[in-house]
Design a protein around this ligand. Structure first.
Ligand SMILES: [Zn+2]
Length: 363
């Protein structure tokens, strides 16, 4: 895979303006590559590059006795591995890695997990569903997942050029995720365990990923939110081909309630963009954002439309193959929410009597 990694420099990384009133960003400059910022006693913020439009991921190292617990891993790319080795020797002071916690199976989080486990001897801790998903996608050499996805998108009106481009892509996941470790330690919603001097509790979110583990420390007032709660971007919530009858947007919105009622001054440590305070305001805003989106989608279905026809309504810009895949998944998650809610109906009838693509119509 030919990946051109861009070195991040401070001027490119000004925080976006807060998305909602009541949110604040305590930091205006992120750590450079190979550097760390101590966001709380014994809690280090690291950044690793990503070869996507979203070109970085935030990772966390938590002081754990004489060693370090790592949270999330970066993608398995030589430059990221070299940066990890640099961190081991410098910012982590040569101390051992005690465990590697992975919030969810997406490649930027799980990519280096197997490599880190082999390199450091540490166990990987994940929720069971995320573990099985990671393993399954990594092992899918026959590309059953992609075949199902192409079929789902074809049935929802994606044109043949874009379906062709999607078909041609190999297993992208394997290219940026190292061989997963042979075993893992299971994290469950509500689990609480000490990391160094403090207890941390697992809070599971769904919708973006099936069993996404976040970590909350009441003592320190910190929430490591992964991709579940980001300050500015709304995480992708896609209907998956493996579960075409699911309602992931409802799962996502419902699970946001799991993050209510934490300490009012909680600092959220997200996987992208900047740490922030104002969690309740952000949760309110995420709910409002999707309500607006849903109303927009319902209005767009005054005349019957396919999920593909809705993509330019939801995303008013040019999309590449990778982005089209996410946009179709996102379009479908909104449509399926409205079908379950009774606001839309779904029907398919071709003009020639055969099955045409699914169309969605306002009730
Ligand atoms: Zn993710």
């Amino acid at each position: 895979m030919n990946i051109a990694v861009k070195r991040m420099t401070a001027p490119e990384w000004r925080p976006a303006p807060p998305e909602a009133p009541g949110m604040t960003y305590p930091w205006t400059t992120p750590p450079g590559l190979g550097e760390t910022v101590e966001v709380a006693p014994g809690v280090l913020w690291l950044r690793m590059p990503l070869p996507f439009a979203l070109d970085h991921i935030n990772l966390w190292a938590l002081r754990d006795g004489d060693g370090w617990t790592l949270v999330d891993c970066g993608i398995a790319m030589d430059e990221v591995k070299a940066l990890w080795r640099e961190h081991f020797a410098t910012s982590l002071g040569g101390d051992p890695v005690t465990r590697v916690i992975v919030t969810h199976f997406h490649p930027d989080h799980f990519g280096c997990a197997g490599w880190l486990a082999r390199e450091t001897g540490a166990d990987v801790w994940m929720s069971r569903t995320e573990w099985l998903m990671g393993l399954n996608v990594h092992r899918d050499q026959e590309e059953l997942g992609k075949t199902a996805q192409v079929a789902l998108f074809a049935a929802h009106g994606l044109d043949t050029t874009q379906l062709g481009a999607l078909t041609k892509r190999g297993n992208q996941y394997r290219k940026i995720v190292s061989e997963p470790p042979a075993s893992y330690r299971r994290l469950r919603n509500g689990d609480s365990f000490p990391i160094g001097d403090h207890d941390w509790r697992i809070i599971v979110g769904t919708g973006h990923a099936p069993e996404h583990a976040c970590l909350y420390c009441d003592n320190l007032g910190l929430l490591i939110s992964g991709d579940q709660i980001l300050p500015k971007i709304t995480p992708n919530v896609s209907l998956q081909a493996a579960e075409p009858g699911a309602n992931p947007l409802k799962d996502f919105l419902d699970s946001l309630d799991n993050f209510r009622g934490l300490r009012a001054d909680t600092m959220v440590l997200p996987s992208h963009e900047y740490p922030f305070r104002g969690l309740e305001a952000r949760l309110d805003h995420l709910g409002e954002h999707h309500d607006e989106r849903l109303a927009e989608v319902a209005d767009a279905c005054a005349e019957p439309v396919t999920a593909a026809e809705l993509v330019p309504v939801l995303f008013r810009r040019e999309l590449d193959t990778h982005q089209t895949m996410f946009a179709m998944g996102e379009s479908l998650s909104h449509l399926m929410y409205l079908v379950a809610d009774g606001r839309l109906v779904r029907e398919r009838a071709g003009t020639d009597g055969s099955d045409g693509p699914w169309r969605f119509r306002k009730v």
